[in-house]
Ligand binder design. Sequence first.
Ligand code: SAM
Length: 289
Amino acid sequence: MGTLGIPKNTIDILNKYDFAIQKKFGQNFLIDSHVLEKIIKAADITKNDFVLEIGPGIGTLTQYLCENAREVIAVEIDRMLIPILEETLSDYENITILNQDILKVDILSLVKEHNNNKPIKVVANLPYYITTPIIMELFEKKIPLAGVTVMIQKEVADRIQAEPGSKDYGALSLAVQYYAKPYIAAYVPPNCFIPRPKVGSAVINLTPYEKPLYHVEDEALLFSLIRASFNQRRKTFANGVNNYEGLSYSKDNIIEVLNALGIPVDIRGEALTLEQFVQIANRLAINNS
Ligand code: SAM
């Protein structure tokens, strides 16, 4: 089986199996070898690595991963792709294919069984309809991660990497940056896929912090404050938190904390850094206890 990362081989294999592309699974297959090489480079894959691939499709990126990594596990939801993967990956012995929904896979057990609980690398051209739940689950479930390198919508990549004050900065930027350092390795146009997606794409690399960046008294409170302040973007932080259903702090409460921290009382959430959110959350948590 030749490399799939060119249009002709991809079309040939889809035709051979009379495969019907499933939009509902976010199927856009990569057909550009330069992009595939960029993903492998951005993920810094070596023969020491254990890789989890989410959504192998017809196995295009998987072939590159098998060539470069020690072991690969690929989780694909669409059972119609399994016979195709068996053919396109038949040359490799370091691959396990699981026909499952990644959101239902116990990734922690998988890492324990297959990699002795040592950090894994996650590499994927993600199905765009579940980009955020997949990324957040990897971090929130505290999967041992050495790196996450994924193709996602350009717009989501820009939001993840955004800094305070930019229009893209929001709850997603803070949630991801709490766990990892983002770096956009490449922007990828729609003509690198079959079928072409309607939006531009980007390869983003997320390097998890070995130790948490900040001491946080109450993570749930921190994330509620972040959600509250971006829920009503145009309101000040104090008003946003005061109006947020899940939190019971008065406006005076919040203003007192902002004053104590030397933060302007009319600041909006979009101007607060992650460190400031942490400082506010820690003060409120300590005042409460
Ligand atoms: N890796 C291939 C490539 O780069 O050409 C395919 C990428 S395509 C954007 C996304 C893949 O994820 C599809 O094969 C799709 O069937 C699969 N997928 C969608 N939802 C999934 C889920 N919940 N769990 C596992 N795989 C899923």
